[in-house]
Write a protein of this length. Structure first.
Length: 281
């Protein structure tokens, strides 16, 4: 159904932020303003490998030129969890306007990440689609190499590896990790009941302009086999392409998901740090 696929892009845009490493305070906004105003062409810079507390990204979701939803993602401080220093990424999304009258979606995801190892510690999602409520909880134990997952249908224990990511990991992977163009990038994603091996390539670079600014960017695309795995992992039917900025923040700029009629597109509209709006035209 097209509604299901539009819901997928709304929820997927929740998963678009790179995070790992020691958290920064978010006070050095001048550095980020300089990065946005000076675009480095024909070069992919090394990833910053850290996240900034207080960073907020806002997205618009559109279909056939019509805005059907909005999302925001914010990095927050978090407490220790089982001895791990963590940061919490809060992602929210909802349908808007006339589309909300016929298809009401409200989603919240919390992902807790170990600041030293880049491993997920805990993942909670709560999604309301019209009158249906979908809840998923996952706790990761990398000493035992297991994830303990729970949804409305029951509890599950799945084996994992040291490099397993939670469902948000596909999108925050690139802020932590560097890569070579034209070489495969292999990622293992745990979706609760199942692990999904995903292979993606980055073959294309170009200048991308979105409402949040102008960026030299690279595109990530899954192989045909991995695309099917990717669809199963995130409940997103159809071909997907994601553009990330090539500067050190590796910001998610644009996601395009093909649906039966046209494409659903999530676009970065605003970047904020410590109550400072760094969006520019």
């Amino acid at each position: 159904m097209i509604n299901k696929r539009l819901m997928s892009i709304i929820l997927i845009c929740l998963c678009l932020h790179g995070c790992s490493g020691k958290a920064r305070t978010g006070n050095n906004t001048s550095k980020y303003r300089d990065q946005q105003n000076k675009v480095v062409e024909n070069k992919i810079l090394p990833p910053m490998g850290t996240l900034t507390i207080g960073e907020k990204l806002s997205f618009k979701i559109s279909w056939l030129g019509i805005t059907v939803g909005e999302a925001s993602l914010k990095v927050k401080e978090s407490e220790k969890i089982n001895g791990n220093e963590t940061a919490m990424v809060e992602l929210t999304a909802a349908t808007t306007g006339f589309f909300r009258l016929i298809y009401k979606v409200d989603g919240v995801i919390h992902s807790y990440v170990n600041l030293d190892t880049f491993q997920p510690i805990k993942y909670d999602s709560d999604t309301r689609v019209n009158k249906k409520i979908v809840v998923k909880k996952m706790k990761y134990d990398f000493n035992e190499k297991k994830v303990y997952a729970e949804d409305k249908k029951g509890e599950y224990i799945i084996d994992i590896t040291d490099t397993t990511l939670d469902p948000l990991g596909v999108f925050y992977y690139f802020r932590k990790n560097d890569f070579d163009l034209n070489k495969p990038i292999d990622i293992l994603v745990n979706g609760g009941k199942k692990n999904f091996p995903i292979r993606v390539f980055s073959r294309t670079e170009k200048m991308i302009r979105v409402p949040a600014g102008k960026f030299w960017a690279f595109q990530i695309e899954p192989t045909p086999t991995s695309e099917r795995q990717f669809d199963d992992a995130l409940n997103a039917e159809g071909s997907m392409r994601i553009w990330f900025s090539a500067e050190e923040r590796r910001l998610p700029l644009l996601i395009a998901l093909k649906v039966p009629v046209g494409s659903a597109i999530a676009t970065l509209t605003k970047i904020e740090y410590a109550d400072t709006d760094l969006t520019h035209n």
